[in-house]
Write a protein that binds this ligand. Structure first.
Ligand code: GSH
Length: 219
């Protein structure tokens, strides 16, 4: 099989990259990794050499270039069906796709008030009604997935799926900004923190030297 090459942004700051990377880990794929530090002189030129979107993450597989975190997860789900990246049950899969798409295209208050910064702890987000509503919505979604389709394991649909790729970065934002959570949501965050690939990603982030000032907020 052609080799997989994954292009990621800074692990400390790139939540979108984390999603695709988790998909690769969940699929059990051997891959090479290229980290492109973001927002430093010349970074865009490098990204454009890898992808027409000029953004990370990007997955290269032979001649194929797959950009966008959700497209990468879909590609992996199709290539490695045994990994169960989407739930097997059609109703569960429909819900998993809906919550993944909702995260992919929404939650702008969470994104802007709580920039992904997995090295930081004890930060505080600037509160707003929109932020509170979105934090509530995330917890409601987590409960719905788990109560209806996930009781056989700790992840949203029992075992690790694309929906978790989408929501792990949100769980880590909640940790960074010390968001008080309902019991079930806190249990999900604990599951995320104990997941070996998440721990590996965070350990790699700790070794990065670069700082992106616009993501260092709430201190
Ligand atoms: N919808 C895209 C979003 C990708 C995205 O915005 N990536 C950010 C990094 S976290 C990026 O490449 N930023 C650099 C830039 O926009 O120049 C995805 O899911 O992959």
């Amino acid at each position: 099989m052609d080799k997989f090459i994954f292009i990621t942004g800074n692990k400390a700051y790139s939540s979108w990259s984390l999603r695709g990377w988790l998909g690769l880990r969940a699929a059990g794929v051997d891959f090479e990794e290229l980290m492109v530090p973001l927002y430093v002189p010349g970074y865009k030129t490098i990204l454009l050499e890898h992808s027409p979107s000029g953004k990370v993450p990007v997955l290269k597989h032979g001649k194929r270039v797959i950009w966008d975190s959700l497209a990468i997860c879909e590609y992996l789900a199709e290539m490695f069906p045994k990994a169960g990246l989407w739930p097997e049950d059609r109703s569960a899969r429909a819900l998993a796709r809906s919550v993944s798409a909702e995260m992919h295209s929404g939650f702008s208050a969470i994104r802007s008030a709580m920039p992904f910064n997995c090295r930081a702890k004890g930060r505080r987000a600037q509160g707003s009604q929109a932020l509170e509503d979105e934090i509530g919505r995330v917890q409601q979604l987590w409960l719905q997935c788990h109560e209806h389709h996930g009781r056989q394991g700790p992840w949203l649909f029992g075992h690790f799926t694309v929906a978790d790729c989408m929501y792990v970065p949100v769980a880590l934002r909640f940790v960074t900004y010390g968001v008080p959570l309902e019991t079930h949501a806190q249990a999900y965050v604990e599951t995320v923190l104990q997941h070996a690939p998440v721990q590996e990603w965070m350990a790699n982030a700790e070794h990065e030297k670069a700082v992106i000032p616009s993501s260092e907020v709430g201190g």
